[in-house]
Design a protein around this ligand. Structure first.
Ligand code: ATP
Ligand code: MG
Length: 561
């Protein structure tokens, strides 16, 4: 929570809105919006903004619009429009009837621009973009006025109309607001409102030869929709005077938006820029926008993150007015916290080592009942078959174990979870001298829940019955980047900091048979391993599981070392 708010339970935006409601200044109540540009998939930063905007709408009994800021036909696509809607719904938010597109306002924006021209507040400039840039000057000294700045309103109107009609080449003319070439705020130095772009737009087709700049479209779109609190990230603070200026020139709106800025969410070990994420996709470094390693909503969903965990995370990071970096472990913590409550515990052996229980009758099977979650007896239990041939993790055996190794070694005893105590009697090696099998005995009196053996063992191992287990592919994920701030190095490309071990495919994992029916999207805790989720491409013939998050923060341990 922010410390800037009056009430300790409110963040600074809630405090502002609360005050507005008390003053009674809102003619149409609290109206917020989430305004993505459909040029990529949404990422965790957008999730923060979505939770914030929709959250404010809900908290104050208002509404929240989804508006696509689709002003740049070159990079936008309906694939993104659809993916974005799916992602917001999945996160748990609903815009009701308020799905809007900036392109729906192109005609209105054009009319407003004509109004500005008629009022002598906008002009057509024939200068090249380079000329415009060089004449803009620097913040410490005034810019130069364009030679086209004094064109008459009639001439400007005529030229602007002909720009619209497609009579001029791309780059040959722009429409600029006529504000102040000596303003210390560079955004006020006659900013460009329209450029000629003879490009196909995903919604308006070939109707337009000119497209509004974001700065011109954005504020007016908010005003048209009656947005009360237009919330954006800090980099737009310097644009605010321009947005206010535009609104001052136009007829009054029923509810005039006010802009408030908050610090964008930065996550360690993560890039949150659609451009950079797009680069990872197009270069084939990841397998698409929904690759489970991507910080996109689609990627996190496929990885097994829950919407609730992301919402909780967003609440935890709060809203700040100053730039900061949130540790990725906080997101992982939120995921663990939610999955701990909601998933069943099952057994999966990822790196199998064969165990033969020599005194267990060949061909015999017994069903052992294991609780689905120890924390919640209501979650019930399931049968897990036990037999003479078992698989355990390779890492749970050591040939020469140190004293504190509470797992298996020759002559040592452990409990098999929910089953019996076994003792390792001998090992079988292959020609290369590698251990390929353990020969163990079990104590028939040590059955879990009915143990009369009087034995005390320190270690409990997970296992599966080799004869009953299903084979699966398990995809182990690690952080995509090994640097805390991959995009923060001036001299080096962010891709140089990719973690080459971010994906390890285990093709010979064995799962207890209850997972045979697991459907894509279902989540489980693999005991002692982590939380896992059935991948989208999983089929009953070939089950594929994604590591969602380990049980503990393995990076925290590494950093301490
Ligand atoms: P990117 O840098 O990934 O391209 P963007 O700001 O250009 O992001 P938009 O589609 O314009 O992407 O963003 C939609 C909304 O999401 C905006 O209101 C923007 O302020 C917000 N947003 C984008 N990134 C973040 C972030 N990291 N933290 C919080 N809000 C964000
Ligand atoms: Mg943007």
């Amino acid at each position: 929570m922010s410390h800037e708010a009056d009430s300790p339970s409110m963040n600074f935006l809630e405090a502002i809105i609360d005050e507005d409601l008390k003053k009674g200044t809102l003619t149409d109540g609290v109206v917020t919006r989430f305004p993505p540009e459909p040029n990529g998939y949404l990422h965790i930063g957008h999730a923060k903004s979505i939770c914030l905007n929709f959250g404010l709408g809900q908290t104050f009994g208002g509404r929240t619009h989804l508006r696509f800021d689709d002003t740049n036909p070159a990079t936008e696509d309906t694939e993104y429009v659809e993916a974005i809607q799916q992602d917001i719904k999945w996160l748990g938010f609903d815009w009701g009837d308020h799905l809007h597109f900036a392109s729906d306002y192109f005609e209105q924006l054009y009319d407003y621009a004509c109004d500005l021209i008629k009022a002598g507040k906008a002009y057509v400039d024939d200068s090249t973009l380079e000329e415009i840039r060089s004449m803009r000057g620097v913040p410490t000294s005034p810019g130069q006025e364009s030679p086209f700045r004094s064109r008459s309103a009639e001439e400007n109107l005529d030229l602007f109309q002909r720009m619209r009609n497609g009579e001029f080449e791309e780059g040959s003319k722009v429409l600029r607001a006529k504000i102040d070439m000596s303003s210390p705020n560079m955004h006020m130095r006659d900013p460009i409102m329209y450029r000629i772009l003879k490009k196909h737009h995903h919604r308006t087709g070939d109707k337009w030869s000119i497209y509004p700049m974001y700065d011109w479209a954005h504020g007016q779109s908010d005003a048209i929709e009656g947005i009360s609190h237009s919330i954006c990230t800090l980099e737009f603070e310097v644009h605010r005077p321009l947005y206010e200026w535009f609104l001052d020139q136009l007829p009054t709106f029923p509810q005039r938006p006010r802009q408030y800025e908050f610090a964008r969410l930065n996550l360690s070990y993560t890039v949150t820029s659609k451009r950079k994420l797009n680069e990872l996709v197009t270069s084939g470094i990841v397998n698409g926008w929904d690759d489970p390693r991507m910080p996109t909503i689609a990627g996190m969903r496929r990885r097994g993150y829950t919407a609730k965990a992301i919402r909780n995370f967003s609440e935890r990071v709060g809203v700040a007015r100053r730039e900061n970096v949130i540790d990725l472990s906080l997101l992982e913590f939120s995921v663990r916290e939610d999955l701990n409550k909601t998933t069943h515990r099952v057994m999966a052996v990822l790196d199998p080592l064969k165990v033969t229980i020599t005194n267990y009758p060949e061909g015999q099977t017994e069903d052992l009942m294991l609780e689905n979650t120890p924390e919640d007896p209501e979650a019930g239990s399931r049968a897990v078959p036990f037999s003479r041939n078992i698989l355990i993790e390779h890492g749970d055996f050591m040939e020469n174990p140190p004293r504190k190794f509470f797992r298996l070694g020759v002559g040592r005893e452990v409990r098999l979870k929910g089953a019996y105590i076994i003792k390792c009697e001998d090992v079988v090696k292959n020609e290369a001298g590698e251990i390929v099998e353990l020969l163990c005995t079990y104590d028939p009196n040590s059955k879990s829940g009915a143990d009369t053996s009087g034995k005390k063992v320190k270690g409990t191992l997970h296992w599966v019955s080799e004869d009953h287990a299903i084979k699966a592919e398990v995809r182990q994920y690690d952080r995509l980047f090994k640097d805390e701030d991959p995009a923060g190095h001036k001299e080096q490309d962010f891709k140089e900091f990719l973690n080459e071990n971010s994906l390890t495919v285990l093709e010979h994992a064995y799962l207890e048979p209850s997972l045979k029916e697991a459907k894509p999207g279902e989540r489980f805790q693999f005991m002692r391993k982590g939380y896992y989720c059935v991948d989208l491409d999983s089929t009953p013939e070939k089950q594929i599981f994604n590591l969602t998050v380990t049980l503990k923060d393995s990076w925290a341990k590494m950093q301490k070392k």
